[in-house]
Design a binder for this molecule. Structure first.
Ligand SMILES: [Zn+2]
Ligand SMILES: [Zn+2]
Length: 434
């Protein structure tokens, strides 16, 4: 039994935002007591959360764990350790591993290794197409049976509209969602940065906003045509947000996510050919960043996901155009998201929706994203006032490719609990479990 005592418990799924104690037992949330109470005669392990926030464990619906195949960049153990340090208790990992997760054996391997050795629950996302080649559909029935949480070719777009149509029709049978890396590769072509003034001046070939927007529009129309569920990944442009808003207004079952870097950074960071500012979709302009913030404020964007993409120095310390896309994000997502509260439009409860309840809902992860009685005992204790520096030597990911190294951040996960087991702790007197 574990008692988390006297914190501000914020759980939008049950409409709770009040000071109280959460009691965990046998891997589940057993009870909630208001104020600073403990059950009568309680002798068990206690975490004092006074002055802190107690939230359902965060759910990252978009990470790359690089396992199997690229374990020198990251593996399921190091990736989930970084997740736990960032306050995450569940992560959904993309299929662009080696071998690609287009086979039930790969799906089962990821689930099993996550269960046995991981510091977060790992939900494998299987490939839409065999080998991510965009030609032939994977066997969705087999993959769903093996435990695929969703389908995505992320890393690559599904360029063929007919394949996307068929995929959306097929997943209806399993009530699963297609996660779409929305990009028209014929428009992004050899681009390496947002097509705008900065890239132009630096002589970097551009990726137009339209390469993403055309694909988002297509995906929305195909969702309308098929009735299949689509979720747009890493939305980075103003029109992308507007398209999603429009789709929702017309009642379509379309959802979308953005990543902390798209509401924190702009393409101004490309100065000096900073390869830690290179990602796909690319960092956009200030107008896009403001539109993403608006989409987070007004409920258009459903989730914040990291697109945690570990890369070793070898593929980042090179010429900008040749550098790999992506940045790590699991350990910085929470403080970067807490900044959203400063404007007063995003409430703490809305933030929990974005980081926990909604992604759990989109992926239909039973028992996740809430502190209701009977839910999984996945909890994060957050100190919203903690000030800290994100230093390279402290990064728990195997890869260190972050543009936020050296940043002074505010707010931090000080204890993370997965199924009742403490997977991360910065609190004195509270040791993490092995
Ligand atoms: Zn992507
Ligand atoms: Zn990705």
């Amino acid at each position: 039994m574990l008692l988390i005592k006297g914190g501000r418990v914020i759980d939008p799924a049950s409409g709770r935002d009040e000071t109280g104690s959460v009691i965990l037992e046998d891997g589940k949330v057993r009870d909630f007591l208001p104020g600073n109470q403990a059950p009568k005669g309680f002798q068990g392990r206690t975490i004092d959360a006074s002055g802190k926030w107690v939230l359902p464990g965060l759910v990252d619906m978009h990470v790359h764990l690089r396992d199997p195949g690229f374990e020198w960049k990251e593996d399921i153990v190091t990736g989930t350790r970084a997740a736990a340090a960032g306050g995450f208790t569940s992560v959904a990992c993309m299929a662009n591993t080696k071998p690609v997760n287009d086979h039930p054996e790969v799906t089962r391997y990821i689930r099993l290794k996550g269960k046995r050795e991981g510091f977060a629950d790992v939900f494998p996302v299987a490939a839409v197409s065999k080998g991510l080649e965009g030609k032939e559909m994977s066997d969705y029935a087999e993959l769903a049976e093996a435990g695929a949480a969703a389908f995505s070719d992320d890393g690559k777009p599904v360029a063929d509209s007919l394949l996307m149509r068929r995929a959306l029709e097929y997943v209806k049978a399993f009530d699963l969602t297609i996660l779409s890396h929305a990009e028209d590769p014929s428009l992004s072509a050899e681009g390496a940065a947002h097509e705008g003034w900065t890239a132009h001046r630096l002589g970097i070939p551009g990726i137009p906003a339209a390469s993403e927007e055309v694909a988002i529009a297509r995906d929305i129309l195909l969702a309308k045509q098929t009735g299949g569920k689509i979720h747009i990944q890493h939305i980075s442009t103003k029109v992308g947000v507007a398209l999603l808003r429009m789709a929702k207004k017309s009642g379509l079952r379309v959802t979308g996510e953005t990543a902390p870097h798209y509401f924190t950074l702009t393409d101004a960071l490309l100065e000096g050919y900073n390869t830690n500012a290179k990602m796909n979709p690319p960092l956009r302009g200030e107008e896009d960043r403001m539109a993403i913030l608006e989409g987070l404020n007004d409920g258009t964007i459903d989730a914040i996901a990291t697109d945690h993409a570990p890369h070793d120095d070898y593929v980042k310390r090179c010429e900008f155009i040749a550098a790999a896309n992506g940045i790590i994000g699991l350990e910085t997502a929470l403080p970067l998201s807490l900044v959203l509260l400063a404007g007063g439009k995003v409430t703490p409860s809305r933030l929990v929706e974005l980081l926990s309840a909604n992604p759990a809902g989109i992926l239909k992860l039973a028992g996740k994203g809430t502190l209701r009685k009977g839910a999984d005992a996945d909890v994060v204790v957050v100190d919203p006032e903690a000030e800290w520096e994100y230093r390279r030597e402290d990064v728990l990911s195997k890869s260190k490719n972050s543009p936020f190294l050296g940043w002074k951040l505010k707010g931090r996960a000080v204890a993370t609990i997965l199924g009742g087991r403490v997977t991360h702790s910065l609190l004195t007197g509270v040791a993490a479990d092995a």
